[in-house]
Design a binder for this molecule. Structure first.
Ligand SMILES: [Zn+2]
Length: 85
């Protein structure tokens, strides 16, 4: 089963997007403007280095919510670590 979002590197961060990836549907082509789950628009970037960028915190939380994983905020609260990025 696929999830209703896809990860997309853009602007130096790895975001998640609910936009439909054009066929063959592996990743957004370079330069395509994509709406992210955290509410910004980024120009999609490709390549190995781009995929190694850090994950957008807001997109991480939204995707956790969508797939039913525990939120980072919950995990941090339980661990007693108030991490602010
Ligand atoms: Zn984001």
């Amino acid at each position: 089963m696929s999830h209703p979002f896809v990860w997309v590197p853009g602007g130096g961060v790895r975001h998640a997007s609910g936009d439909v990836v054009p066929l063959p549907g592996v990743e957004f082509p370079e330069g395509v403007v994509v709406s992210t789950l955290c509410g910004v628009e980024v120009s999609a970037e490709t390549g190995e280095v781009a995929w190694l960028w850090g994950t957008c915190r807001d997109c991480d939380e939204r995707t956790r919510e969508l797939v039913g994983l525990e939120l980072l905020a919950e995990i941090e609260r339980r661990a007693g670590a108030e991490v602010r990025s």
